[in-house]
Write a protein that binds this ligand. Sequence first.
Ligand code: SF4
Length: 486
Amino acid sequence: MPGVFIKTYGCQMNERDSEAVAAQLVAKGYTLAPSEAEADVILLNTCSVRDFAEQKAIGKMQNIAADVRKNRPDVVLGFLGCMAQSRGQELIDKLPDVDLVLGTQKFHHAADYLDAILAGRRKKIVDVALEQGSEATIREHLLNGNAQKSVTAFVSIMQGCNQYCTFCIVPYTRGEERSRTIPDIVAECRQLVAQGVKEITLLGQIVTSYGKRANFSRAGSPLPADGGASVPASRLVGSLAPPNDSGAHGVTRPTLQRSPFVQLLDAVHEIEGLERIRFTAPHPKGYGGDLIEAYARLPKLVESAHLPVQSGSDRVLKLMHRGYTRRRFLDLVEKLRQVRPDIGITTDIIVGFPGETEDDFEQTLSLAREVRFDNAYIFKYSPRRDTPAAAMPGQVPQKIREERNHRLLETVNEIGKRKYDAFVGRQTQILVEGPSRKNSTRLAGRTRCNKIVVFDGSDRHRGQLMDVKITRAGSFTLYGDPAILE
Ligand code: SF4
């Protein structure tokens, strides 16, 4: 059977999509090729968030095409994902060696399309149409294809985003928010846990908006104006156990109406054998009181929050259409630290957004100092076509973007180092995931607050929750010894 090689660019959602495509192809009899050189099908799953990511994928495909068309003309080449969605036919016009362009709502057709191309029934296929119900098609996992069992897994709970931040191309490449049902998600999680998974990360472009387009809170009300592409409220509510009034961590009787996302967390939390729950990516404005309360109530929900702040300046936040202010963001951090004092908080920040002045940037620096993020992913603003920010006045010169990036990075790294150093001498719980990426003779696990810990251990520790004593802190990595408890 043909061997397929998939190279993935971009975020965890793309990684998850690639895994689902690979699992789909394996189920159809394809094998996974260890490299491009040994593949009959080469697919690039692309990212559009920055121009650099697009150029990288195009450059890569040009190189692959030049090589395979000379030596192995029958190899099938394809683009998947965000850039495929936004550029469509244009990619084949530009790169005529490409055979397949598959958009973000079409991953589940990959095997059928490749079969048709390989059998010569179709020459080239471009499919970037919208497809109702496609949010529920990213469900297959590769766990069984792994010789070593996976301890962690990602589960896609929704697709798309309706926030329309002015810098972001995602609403155009991923479409409107569409959520899977709670029963469907829980069934997938249960299956993963039965296969040995201990930690699940719920994934989506804006998970805190999960289920909102389904008129969830008004059970029985008509479907939204999208004609029912999103999920009817009754189907979402169907599987939920009654709210637990006693609560963990001593919190009594919830008084808040729970959002669909928190109801999903409740339902996943019920799964026996599951040890930890994470989620990404949330939106700060989606952290209602019910979600903060969930951190206090649900022990499996780990002490970790990725809160993309993007800027510390209210003026810039407004231009970005983020929907919160600096004050509200700081209040959120404070509330989360009240319920979980050890919570690890990471963020995304854009520097050099159009119109960002030195004063705006100073406010971002001061916010970073005030919050003391455990880590921050800093991006130099990159104009994306068709987004409002690309046409805004006051585009910041590249040199200034680079200089601000450098200054912020220094601040963030310094704070991060102090935070990591503070772990030295402490005992902390990790979930052992497997061999360390950098040194396969050692094992790596993750703390509840999402820090990687490398230590000496044996394969029998994989999948175990264990306490380690932290002996040393490196650059965003901790080193530890298994702790002997009294
Ligand atoms: S919330 Fe996130 S995915 Fe949605 S538009 Fe804003 S940055 Fe993009």
